[in-house]
Ligand binder design. Sequence first.
Ligand code: FAD
Ligand code: NAG
Ligand code: NAG
Ligand code: NAG
Ligand code: NAG
Ligand code: NAG
Ligand code: NAG
Ligand code: NAG
Ligand code: NAG
Ligand code: NAG
Ligand code: NAG
Ligand code: NAG
Length: 643
Amino acid sequence: MTDEGSLKVSLALLAPQTALSPTAQMSRLQRSLLLILSVAKSLCWGSILDKVTDLNQLDLEFDFIVVGGGTAGNVVANRLTENPDHSVLVLEAGGSNAGVVDVIVPFYSPRATPNTQQDWNYTTTPQVALNNRKIQYPRGFVLGGSSSVNYLGYTRGSKEDYDRWANVTGESKWSWDKLVPYMYKNEAFAVKPNDTGKYNPAVHGFDGITSVSLPGFPTSIDSRVFETTSELASEFPFNEDMNSGYHLGIGWEAQTVKNGSRSSSATSYLAPDFVKRPNLHVLLNARVTRVLQTEKSDFLTVEFVQDLDGKNFTLTATKEVILSAGSINSPAILLHSGIGNATSLTSLNIKPTHHLPSVGQNLTDHALLFFSFLVNSTDTWETAQRNATLAEEQFDEWNSSKTGPLIDPPTNQLGWFRVADDLISSIEGETDAAAGRKTAHYEIIFGSGSFTPAPPTGNYVSIFPALVSPASRGSVTLPNNDPLSAPLINPNFLLAGLDQLVMREALKSCLRFAAAEPWKDFIISPMGGVNLTSTDAELDAFIRQNAGSVFHPVGTAAMSSKDASWGVVDPDLRVKGVRGLRVVDLSIAPFIPAAHTQAAAYIIGERASDFIKETWTAERGAETEVTDRSPNQSQFSAMLAVE
Ligand SMILES: Cc1cc2nc3c(=O)[nH]c(=O)nc-3n(C[C@H](O)[C@H](O)[C@H](O)COP(=O)(O)OP(=O)(O)OC[C@H]3O[C@@H](n4cnc5c(N)ncnc54)[C@H](O)[C@@H]3O)c2cc1C
Ligand SMILES: *[C@@H]1O[C@H](CO)[C@@H](O)[C@H](O)[C@H]1NC(C)=O
Ligand SMILES: *[C@@H]1O[C@H](CO)[C@@H](O)[C@H](O)[C@H]1NC(C)=O
Ligand SMILES: *[C@@H]1O[C@H](CO)[C@@H](O)[C@H](O)[C@H]1NC(C)=O
Ligand SMILES: *[C@@H]1O[C@H](CO)[C@@H](O)[C@H](O)[C@H]1NC(C)=O
Ligand SMILES: *[C@@H]1O[C@H](CO)[C@@H](O)[C@H](O)[C@H]1NC(C)=O
Ligand SMILES: *[C@@H]1O[C@H](CO)[C@@H](O)[C@H](O)[C@H]1NC(C)=O
Ligand SMILES: *[C@@H]1O[C@H](CO)[C@@H](O)[C@H](O)[C@H]1NC(C)=O
Ligand SMILES: *[C@@H]1O[C@H](CO)[C@@H](O)[C@H](O)[C@H]1NC(C)=O
Ligand SMILES: *[C@@H]1O[C@H](CO)[C@@H](O)[C@H](O)[C@H]1NC(C)=O
Ligand SMILES: *[C@@H]1O[C@H](CO)[C@@H](O)[C@H](O)[C@H]1NC(C)=O
Ligand SMILES: *[C@@H]1O[C@H](CO)[C@@H](O)[C@H](O)[C@H]1NC(C)=O
């Protein structure tokens, strides 16, 4: 292996040249040399680095710095490094996802957060409509971000959700039809033998990056759920594939699972085949505090800390900084950088650099209500939760053969529904917040056990609602000017009268579902003191005391049309009014999709990667040399052999 001293010298000799002249003009020999050296480096240390000192040894310049190695950020890092001329550094605040059992085993996903090593450990501000309760608010603090800690459901939402994005930005490139190719670029749908009739092959991508599959282990409620779609077909119809653009009805949940293990942006977009690219580097434990202006007034310099010891580092990108720190931290970083409402920043002693009052505003999230029923069966999660021997057997089965109950997350089916029009219009002064008449107001989530800590005895099933087209909006703001302090997160759950109405109707709907014939010999009673005879006031009191979140925040750096008087980024996701800075994560969504949001995060990452490529292709002229310089495996081996 190359000795470290000569490696450094060679890099020092080559690096300035890379900076001065476009790599495209380097000789073939120089390029090969760079490649060999970089490959040698990554073989020594890997391209996923723990310490900033490892990065210094590389002594390379980066064209793009991606802030946050989360769901969308890793898509950008992967796609930009398809071009060997483009170097990318990802700065991720959290640590590695590798070997973390609660992150890897799908059924253990509820253990990955809250208040674990992989969590940012946030809580909301007191929620006025929820009896002033503060809600725990997990966010992935680990490579892969929230895709490493979520519950693995993969739902796109409705066609109307994306067509509304196109409408509000004035750009048809955000419409469902134009985004379908990007959905397929993300999705590697893996079919199992008994999947026929549970999905529509015509609406999936099979050659993408992130693995998606249907549940592989039956639960005690599967057949009852689908029998109910027959018995009560008008209210609870079967939908063969909720990812077709038309999502209303009940169907099988697609999940980001690959052969019994979690597929996240870290395991997929940063899989070994990609991480070995010499132009892709990831630095873990690197927490970005601010983006700073360079002399040219571009926001190309990132400031970050590693050990929270007060010492900070800066790095400057030559082309762009891409903020992908998620809907809570991307706006927080912008605000600490002075990009936000100048009045509020001044009052916090933060020097405004650019007045952009929408930063952090319009936070939108889905409220959820855990709700379960006592059942006459021992075939539910509680049985293994109370029997350590059985739990160990299940883990051993997963560990040795990737089979058994742990290969799926805790949900096999989902349903998407609307509340009657006349009820929606009964709320004065508020208008329907759904994207259209084929978009759900609420969702029902099914599970063969209790999602909340179950009482010491009894077995349970969960049939609970979430509000998926909320009217309420909140904000992410700062408590002070310390970039290491937690932001103030206020989703204003259920503040709007319309949202309270929908949640109440959704709860009634769950009770009606559970009263159907297929559940008669199974469900004993609803838990929590509410039932079909409860008054609206009783249901509302139950909701206020028990509602929480599905953890789908969006909208805090919203895109809007180029000439809009509000918004944070333009339709190409460039921060309005400044240069060098884009935001690529769910914070750019101007409206929340009626869906679990990871698919949208991947779609945004894929769509934005092409915007960025377009910008720098136009700048640099034709990219005809790219294929020529994309080395295949045998070329790599040959180069190493020469060495
Ligand atoms: C508990 C939970 C369950 C969920 N379940 C589902 C589900 O079943 N299905 C579904 O579709 N969605 C689910 N979601 C939501 C979904 O996972 C998120 O909406 C989506 O992954 C967010 O993607 P993102 O790219 O916007 O942000 P993230 O994936 O959160 O990425 C942000 C990244 O930036 C990093 N970062 C933040 N600040 C800094 C900083 N200052 N410096 C450096 N790095 C930083 C973070 O550590 C993180 O890696 C769930 C979320 C949670 C928390
Ligand atoms: C969240 O809490 C856990 C457990 O205390 C801790 O290990 C982790 O570092 C915390 N996360 C952050 C971002 O501080
Ligand atoms: C955009 O929304 C407005 C207001 O709802 C509507 O009138 C218009 O037809 C929509 N335009 C498109 C292109 O969908
Ligand atoms: C699918 O079929 C396999 C093989 O017959 C079986 O083991 C598995 O339980 C089935 N999965 C579901 C979700 O029904
Ligand atoms: C980083 O260090 C510089 C120089 O010591 C200091 O001015 C700046 O405030 C520090 N930033 C943070 C976020 O601590
Ligand atoms: C900026 O913040 C101030 C004080 O918080 C507020 O009064 C003002 O309305 C905000 N400006 C905009 C344009 O939102
Ligand atoms: C919030 O979003 C709406 C569009 O949904 C927009 O009209 C409004 O101006 C936004 N508010 C801010 C402060 O950005
Ligand atoms: C379930 O109910 C039936 C009667 O409907 C009863 O015979 C059976 O013992 C019950 N099973 C359990 C596990 O309680
Ligand atoms: C616990 O599980 C083991 C293994 O499946 C089983 O043999 C044992 O009977 C169970 N114990 C109880 C109390 O049910
Ligand atoms: C999983 O199985 C491997 C052997 O295949 C073993 O080395 C490892 O310890 C097991 N993991 C746990 C947590 O038991
Ligand atoms: C799935 O995992 C099992 C157990 O580790 C392994 O034997 C099998 O080859 C894997 N299948 C695929 C398709 O990767
Ligand atoms: C419904 O709940 C109320 C209040 O807890 C209770 O008095 C009533 O008996 C319940 N009705 C049924 C059918 O369980």
